[in-house]
Ligand binder design. Structure first.
Ligand SMILES: [Fe+2]
Length: 230
């Protein structure tokens, strides 16, 4: 299995291209500004793009799912809870998709938004969680728009994500400090948000007073069309 991590400077978003041993691949959370980079990587590695996933309806960047589907004919996938009609396949909690030897399990983890999923990838002895904005390195996604809910996020983190094996590698959808990956074990030790009681967590999340993402008014409607603006 090959994993390539891409960083989008404008939104501090990470996208991931994952390839099987038989040159099939899938991409998670692609950003429209970077479509050419993804296509160049697919070409360089002689990969066929089979699936494109968005972990949730993003508010801070425009997705490349539509463009990648148009260029590569990949299937586009989001969770059944996402308010979009442009994807070719909706997944439900615990649904499994395979790409050759790679098993991808969709885990419904609401809280950052009400349509947030994590994707758990297993291949031989490795287990990797593409954690979207549910679990970030040393943090977690905000909960103050798109039906986000700190109570739901606390449950998703403690009842789903932290129950995964300690050695699970975490690849998040964002990092603002240049960190690239983590593990469940590291997050259990170092992530202060995960040490809070449910009450502390809810109160903390409800009092962050973050400014809205610059692109929220354009990104959400664009992403409901998979980033293809008519
Ligand atoms: Fe997000």
């Amino acid at each position: 299995m090959i994993i390539k991590q891409f960083f989008d400077d404008d939104s501090s978003s990470y996208s991931y291209l994952v390839a099987s041993q038989r040159n099939n691949s899938f991409i998670i959370d692609p950003v429209k500004n970077n479509t050419k980079k993804y296509i160049d990587s697919l070409d360089k590695l002689s990969l066929k793009l089979t699936f494109g996933f968005d972990t949730h309806l993003h508010a801070d960047h425009i997705t490349a799912l539509g463009e990648l589907r148009n260029i590569t004919n990949c299937e586009t996938i989001m969770g059944i809870q996402s308010d979009v009609d442009c994807v070719s396949k909706f997944v439900r909690n615990k649904e499994v998709i395979t790409v050759d030897e790679i098993k991808i399990t969709a885990l419904y983890t609401p809280g950052h938004t009400d349509d947030s999923y994590c994707y758990l990838v297993n291949e031989e002895n490795d287990q990797i969680l593409f954690s979207g904005d549910t679990l970030l390195i040393g943090g977690n996604g905000r909960t103050d728009f798109q039906n986000g809910d700190p109570d739901d996020l606390f449950n998703s983190l403690h009842n789903i994500v932290l129950r995964l094996n300690d050695n699970t590698i975490i690849y998040p959808a964002h990092d603002y400090k240049g960190l690239k990956s983590s593990t469940i074990k590291e997050e259990k030790i170092h992530n202060k948000r995960l040490k809070m009681s449910k009450g502390e967590f809810i109160s903390h999340m409800n009092n962050l007073n973050l400014k809205e993402p610059n692109l929220i008014d354009t990104a959400i409607p664009a992403n409901q069309e998979c980033g293809i603006i008519k």
